[in-house]
Design a protein around this ligand. Structure first.
Ligand code: DCP
Length: 375
């Protein structure tokens, strides 16, 4: 007898409704009730708990060792986040999250910084007890979650309940092959490129350095020695206090020399679209191209850029840093790949259908903390 797979049993990324069901069955538990908007179309935002530890260095506990055991050696001091605290650049902090997981044996989870966190150049990664890899929570994991936080450019003000990271739940294998990706590209136009480049399970994204998104503007370079950014306050900061605009120089080749000490916000040349039954993730274009790194935050929600959810194709935001040496980026150069995965079911609310979505239909967009510029 064949049993018809229900939405909650099908392979794929779990939609909001199935994430709610995990909460109901105790696979997700929290020390305080979920915030109303904490479950997103294909992910759950994770909240900072009360205590932060400043640690000597980033670490992975390794098999059989708990994070608390490692903290006994590595913590320099701890402090309370209840009334808010500033996390300084160049330091590594660890915070226990409110959410705990007790995953069934057919469900794994993967964490990623929220887009707003990546756009501020705050490096965050989830670790678990016994972890041998960051941001990876294996099937059957039963235990607490911790967030490593390391602000790179701006000092940030965080508090208990701040949401810097998010987690997706995945059943089985749901990634599209190159062939499936090509056929979805012709049916749905995932990336509006004249000649889409599909390889290694991803579709290539290039960088716009010709000022096609906001005329005359290539992007933004972060200023140094700035004030503090409150991660929970949207739309309040003046762009010029934190960013220098990088302008296109008429008559010059559209390129940009990346300074290894600087952080840049750029936009993809192509508009991106995620159909409602899929979720996407931006991955580095080629790990062998080690000169620069694009993006820390790579989850793209079902409905991003989709007409059904008020989008009309939206640019991906590229968070870019050069590594050891200055590196020249050229207009249109491939900087990342979007991989697409099937959803286990279509989420009831798509990204952008809700007024709280900050980046639907975006052009070259800084994080939500800044007053809007351009598009
Ligand atoms: N490098 C990236 C990563 C993501 N996104 C887009 C696709 C996502 O669907 C959208 C929102 O991502 P998050 O949910 O991570 O962002 P926030 O939670 O910070 O924003 P919001 O408050 O709008 O949910 O941003 C992007 O343009 N460029």
């Amino acid at each position: 007898m064949t049993v018809r797979a229900t939405e909650h049993q099908k392979p794929g990324i779990l939609p909001a409704e199935a994430i709610s069901a995990l909460k109901a069955t105790g696979a997700i538990s929290c020390r305080r009730p979920l915030d109303v908007d904490q479950i997103q179309p294909a992910s759950l935002d994770l909240r900072l708990g009360r205590t932060a530890w400043r640690v000597r260095a980033s670490f992975l506990p390794g098999a059989g060792v708990s994070v608390k055991e490692r903290l006994a050696d590595l913590a320099l001091h701890d402090f309370d986040l209840a009334k808010g605290a500033v996390l300084e650049t160049g330091c590594v902090y660890l915070v226990e999250l409110f959410e705990r997981l007790k995953l069934p044996f057919d469900l794994a989870a993967a964490a990623n910084p929220k887009s707003s966190t990546g756009r501020l150049d705050v490096f965050v990664r989830v670790i678990t007890d016994g972890a041998r890899a960051f941001d990876t929570i294996p099937t059957g994991y039963n235990g607490p979650l911790y967030l490593e936080i390391s602000p790179r450019t701006f000092p940030i003000l965080v508090r208990t309940g701040s949401r810097l990271s998010q987690v997706r739940f995945r059943r089985g294998v749901s990634r599209l092959s190159d062939l499936e990706l090509l056929s979805l590209q012709s049916a749905e136009c995932l990336v509006d490129a004249a000649q889409p480049d599909v390889a290694a399970g991803g579709i290539a994204l290039g960088v716009d350095l010709a000022g096609e998104v906001i005329p005359g503007l290539q992007g933004f370079r972060a200023k140094k020695h700035t004030g503090v950014i409150d991660v929970d306050e949207a739309g309040v900061l003046d762009v010029e206090d934190f960013w220098e605009p990088i302008r296109v120089r008429p008559g010059r080749t559209a390129g940009l020399v990346l300074d290894p000490d600087a952080f840049y916000i750029l936009a993809s040349r192509e508009a991106v679209h995620v159909p409602p039954d899929y979720a996407a993730e931006m991955v580095p274009f080629d790990p062998l191209v080690g000169e620069f790194r694009v993006h820390y935050a790579g989850f793209f929600d079902p409905g991003f850029g989709n007409p059904a959810a008020g989008g009309r194709g939206a640019r991906a935001v590229l968070e870019v840093r050069s590594r050891e040496v200055p590196f020249i980026l050229e207009h249109g150069q491939t900087v990342g790949r979007l991989v697409y995965e099937r959803m286990a079911g279509r989420p009831g609310t798509l990204y952008g259908a809700d007024m709280r979505s900050h980046y639907q239909g975006q052009g070259l967009k800084l994080s939500k903390h800044f007053k809007p510029v351009g598009t």
